[in-house]
Design a protein. Structure first.
Length: 366
């Protein structure tokens, strides 16, 4: 059996980042063979990673990489369990390396991406090694890339939000600067679409249905005529206390009816919504109500579509993104906007530090 020296342990530790005793044991098991010791540590790393895989990783980083010709950009989100790890230099370097690798990816498929060669092994194997070394569950959540005649990228803060915006048109300083402004708009306003042309008729129909149902479930936001018709039907539905309040406020001509919900019970409000839903067909045919729903849908679409959003740097407070772009270059056409925000859509674990400490103390006493 080959003798394991301190220099061999040091070299293995520098290669893998594993603990000193883990390195020594791996070298002894490998009888001094450095490459085999690395494999042993990786295998042990797999075991450690499996124990951590159930933990929720909702923190992390977003990084964006740009190709040498400035025509393609890639974005990647890698999650960690804590913000502390997200600020670790090694973790940051790892994510930046993955963003550059994503420029070479043939698709946005994460499993295919994990199989790509990376740092002498594969992305998956390197990820497992990082989990073992850092001691937290890490997750490569998503990647995406885009190309265009002109493009701009933006990373907000330390990497909580990343954006890529592409366009067709002339690649010049003015257009790149405009797209940079648009990328910042995307980061701040989080549009779901570039333009309304991207939204299907089914999606708009569903949005209208949701808006209609939402209006009925919040009857105090309905037009006054419809609301009063509903309030005329509460006898025998509301408790006597709420009916007396309604009668009192209706007789008080100086009372602002917008404040009525503040005086009613939650039960009364729920039952009024029930009356509105029961009269859905009748209310839906009301032209005033139709106008209300149309207005709300229009406002929702304006918020959802980048080109229709009010440009955040508009001097008049009214200019849309589409109008802003026309002032820069009438031939510049946005083709894609990608926005990644760390942890969006991930259900974060509610931490109870006191309970965690108590559990650890109870376990230690067993």
């Amino acid at each position: 059996m080959a003798q394991v020296t301190a220099q061999m342990v040091k070299e293995l530790r520098e290669m893998t980042g594993a603990g000193m005793m883990d390195c020594k044991k791996a070298l002894e098991e490998a009888e001094g063979n450095l490459d085999q010791a690395v494999e042993i540590l990786r295998e042990k790393g797999l075991s450690k990673a499996a124990k951590k895989a159930g933990r929720i990783a909702a923190m992390g980083l977003v990084r964006v990489a740009l190709s040498d010709d400035n025509k393609t950009a890639a974005i990647v989100e890698v999650n960690s369990e804590t913000d502390f790890v997200a600020k670790n230099d090694e973790f940051i370097s790892f994510v930046e390396g993955l963003s550059r690798l994503a420029l070479e990816a043939e698709s946005n498929d994460i499993e295919a991406f994990k199989a790509m060669p990376f740092e002498g092994s594969t992305v998956e194997e390197t990820l497992v090694a990082k989990i073992a070394k850092i001691g937290e569950n890490l997750s490569i959540r998503r990647i995406e890339k885009a190309s265009g005649d002109v493009l701009a990228t933006y990373t907000h803060g330390e990497g909580n939000i990343g954006v890529i915006v592409t366009a067709s048109g002339e690649d010049n300083d003015a257009n790149r600067a405009a797209l940079k402004n648009i990328a910042m708009q995307v980061a701040a306003m989080n549009p779901q679409y570039v333009s309304r042309e991207e939204i299907s008729d089914d999606e708009i129909s569903n949005l209208r249905k949701i808006t209609l149902e939402s209006a009925l479930n919040d009857p105090f936001t309905l037009p006054k005529q419809i609301l009063n018709d509903l309030l005329d039907k509460v006898d025998g539905v509301w408790d006597i206390g709420d009916i007396d309040i309604l009668k009192e406020k209706r007789e008080d001509k100086s009372f602002n009816f917008n404040y009525l919900p503040n005086f009613l019970s939650d039960d009364a409000k729920t039952k009024l919504a029930g009356l509105a839903i029961a009269a859905k067909m009748e209310i839906a045919d009301n032209k005033i109500f139709t106008g209300l729903v149309d207005g709300r849908v229009k406002k929702e679409l304006k918020d959802m579509c980048l080109m229709d959003q009010t440009y955040v740097r508009a001097e008049d407070g009214k200019q849309t993104v589409g109008e802003y772009l026309k002032t820069v270059d009438g031939n510049l056409k946005l083709t894609k906007a990608i926005r990644f925000e760390v942890g969006e859509g991930i259900e974060k674990k509610e931490e109870d530090f006191a309970a965690e400490v108590a559990a650890q103390q109870a376990a230690a006493q067993k």
